[in-house]
Design a protein around this ligand. Sequence first.
Ligand code: ATP
Ligand code: MG
Ligand code: MG
Length: 351
Amino acid sequence: GGTIGILGGGQLGRMLSIAAAQLGYRTAIYCPDPLSPAFQMCDRYWQAPYESRAALAEFADAVDLISFEFENVPALSLDFLKARVPIRPGIASLATTQDRLFEKDFLSVLDIPVAPYHDVASAAALHDAAQTLGYPVIAKTRRLGYDGKGQVRLEKGDNAQDAWDSLASELVIAESVIPFDREISVLLARGLDGNIASWPPVENDHSKGILRTSRVPATISDSVADQALSYAHAIAEALDFVGVLAVEMFVTDKTGEVLVNEVAPRVHNSGHWTLDGAVTSQFEQHIRAICGLPLGDSRALGRIRMENLIGKDITHWRDILGDPLAHFHHYGKAVAKPGRKMGHVTWVDPD
Ligand code: ATP
Ligand code: MG
Ligand code: MG
């Protein structure tokens, strides 16, 4: 037993709380948003800004261990918490992955291929970077982006000043657009003892920067799968990671080339299929890892398809439940805003 504190109150925190409860732990959620879906599933919650020292101190006193489902907690707040209670994974993992420039520099040091990139600090620098990299490029804010937010694509002839202004940030990277054939992700868990269990690579389809569908097995060769798994292992080792880690990658079929797009130091949307389609789910595995318990088996239970329910998709819940083979997950969010992840469905076709 004991109480696990989780920073962030979205659906990931909600599903972590459910998994923690199953293993006999209590959870406390910390999130600024009063409508956090995780608040409904935990034992206690703090609804307060990430900068509030008073609330953070109370939260730290109430928990035995802190983890997170949201990696953009301010560094000063993490330092404040770290002095009071263990944080897993460690804050170095967050510092590296919170910032796309630090993340890409870190991957480059490990000799892991990434899209060619430039740090840009002005509209003029963005223009120069696009000239050097060759069009088209994608400019991304270094911090705080998700679901394709904080990104703009720049074609030849486009005005760099307009693109720069639309990002409304001084911290930006520009990267080459990669003509990949498919996107995959590798999720793994690394325990306190350094043991690693990886799920099979997942194939992901995005639309408008948002994940729509995940499939297992991915349609990739064994050598591409091995390469992808070895990159994810190297990242986990280099970060001395504890918990579940997700690595998004681009694959070019003809050459078998694998590039790492980004790293999430937490459970991830492309791992939701594991709730119904793997021996151990990513949420249970994360709790096992951070609590120093043995890891569970990460094999898939068949061929899997996971569909996100985005915005109004959720209004079809009755039809979905009409399919007796559909595993339906509702996140309990009140308002179905466009682009908002409201739930997901998984189908498992046993081998
Ligand atoms: P997430 O919600 O996964 O955290 P994000 O907002 O951090 O997403 P990225 O993963 O960097 O953004 O980009 C979103 C999607 O945009 C990618 O999954 C991919 O489909 C596309 N994309 C991003 N960068 C590139 C690139 N360099 N070349 C081609 N496509 C790209
Ligand atoms: Mg991201
Ligand atoms: Mg991404």
